[in-house]
Design a protein around this ligand. Structure first.
Ligand SMILES: Cc1cc2nc3c(=O)[nH]c(=O)nc-3n(C[C@H](O)[C@H](O)[C@H](O)COP(=O)(O)OP(=O)(O)OC[C@H]3O[C@@H](n4cnc5c(N)ncnc54)[C@H](O)[C@@H]3O)c2cc1C
Length: 387
């Protein structure tokens, strides 16, 4: 791994920085967990796509720039440094996009990738069910083939921003006699199809960021299936790899939070009596830097043909617990002000930290809970016996 950037990489960084400075919306966007904010973020995705910055690692024919992973890390560093808007179509761009490139037919790639890249179609992920979360193989929602169509029945839950999205990618049981990870298929469903009901679920902050989705005799064409019938589990595991691996949470996100935490500490250092807070600030900063260095190392390895595998579970635990510690430490520094409503006159930047604190609580749950990641590490990396 070479820690010195090449002249081309430095030039790329300059280009990203200049484009972001010229294009980032002047006013912060509303939360993407509201209809208004969702549409504002969609408009931002369209702006990114017009400049070919939507997903820089994608091939040029899909609106990307064919960048390698080091260039992607540089892009991310500039993106977070500039406080650019959060990525509303992350389910599409970070998860489904790479899965489609690997498993999609030429017709599916042409139909779905371009509209995803351009921000025209936003995607939700429909995997979890009331009885199938960590134990995803317990999925019961069914897709029964009738001629050239599948008839869908069942329920999904915790589907992020499905209230506002256009499409959902799901896993259904296509062989009703099958059990566990056999007989499952990966299917795309337009959320405005007859028989689909999307019911919002409020998050901790009260906004409708989640939804449950009900399917009552919904009909979709067989062409909406990704991969072969019964191959759904393997495809889903490959998507999950993208989710836990490098792309979903780049180190820049945490490095920027760590820098803000140091700034917050400096602003309040005269009021802080508890020395453990200082230790926590130092730990957060060092861990964010360590995660960045470790990611550069992984990226270099992947660029030489290596694979990420179960190591992505280690990453997922590391960034989600670091995010929690950073926000808890910020709450401790803010002290009594952390109890204020963000709209209160004395709150200052409390709202921003509080939002982050609430969201950080979900990090150890989504993309596979940290308990499950620890099981994977124990069995596959440490070679411990299955219980
Ligand atoms: C912010 C957020 C966004 C999400 N977005 C989506 C989405 O867009 N689409 C989607 O499909 N889902 C989404 N989810 C759902 C998420 O994938 C599930 O919540 C997660 O997989 C856990 O499933 P569960 O909630 O059913 O909990 P359960 O599986 O019931 O687990 C409950 C507890 O038991 C523990 N546990 C379970 N099994 C084991 C075991 N074998 N060993 C040790 N501990 C165990 C878990 O770690 C957890 O602490 C989202 C969740 C969150 C928090």
């Amino acid at each position: 791994m070479d820690l010195i950037y090449t002249p081309e990489q430095n030039a790329f960084r300059k280009e990203v920085r200049a484009w972001l400075a010229a294009n980032i919306p002047a006013k912060p966007l509303a939360s993407f967990d509201t209809q208004e904010g969702f549409e504002q973020h969609r408009a931002w995705e369209k702006t990114l796509a017009k400049g070919n910055w939507g997903m820089v690692t994608w091939p040029k024919e899909y609106g990307g720039r064919g960048c390698n992973l080091i260039e992607w890390l540089i892009f991310e560093e500039e993106y977070y440094r500039a406080s650019a808007p959060l990525r509303v179509n992350q389910n599409g761009i970070f998860l489904l996009g790479p899965t489609l490139m690997e498993y999609g037919t030429p017709a599916q790639k042409e139909r779905f990738i371009t509209k995803m890249a351009s921000g025209e179609e936003m995607w939700a992920q429909g995997w979890s069910e009331p009885g199938a979360g960590s134990d995803l193989a317990a999925i019961r929602s069914k897709a029964i083939r009738q001629g050239d169509e599948y008839v869908l029945n069942g329920q999904k839950v915790w589907s992020t921003r499905a209230v506002f999205a256009d499409w959902v990618f799901c896993i259904f049981r296509t062989d009703p006699a099958s059990e566990r990870h056999h007989g499952l298929s990966f299917i795309f469903v337009p959320l405005n199809a007859p028989g689909v009901t999307v019911r919002p679920i409020p998050q901790l902050d009260g906004l409708p960021g989640f939804a449950e989705i009900f399917f009552d005799d919904v009909r979709v064409p067989v062409e909406n299936r990704l991969g072969d019938e019964g191959q759904g589990w393997n495809i889903a595991m490959s998507t999950a790899g993208f989710e836990r691996g490098l792309m979903l949470r780049s180190p820049a996100r945490f490095q920027e939070t760590a820098k803000r935490l140091v700034k917050l500490y400096r602003e309040h250092s005269n009021d802080i009596l508890d020395l453990s807070i200082e230790d926590a600030v130092v730990k957060c900063y060092m861990d964010a830097e360590a995660y960045a260095l470790s990611t550069y190392q992984t990226a270099s390895r992947l660029m030489k043909g290596g694979k990420i595998g179960s190591e992505s579970s280690v990453n997922k635990i590391f960034w989600s617990e670091l995010d929690q510690l950073m926000h808890e430490t910020a709450m401790n520094i803010l002290g009594w002000r952390a109890e204020l409503w963000p709209q209160s006159p004395a709150a200052g930047d409390v709202g921003h930290w509080l939002d982050g604190f609430l969201f950080a609580q979900s990090g150890p749950i989504y993309a596979g809970t940290n308990e499950i990641q620890r099981n994977i590490i124990a069995e596959r990396l440490l070679g411990m016996p299955r219980k």
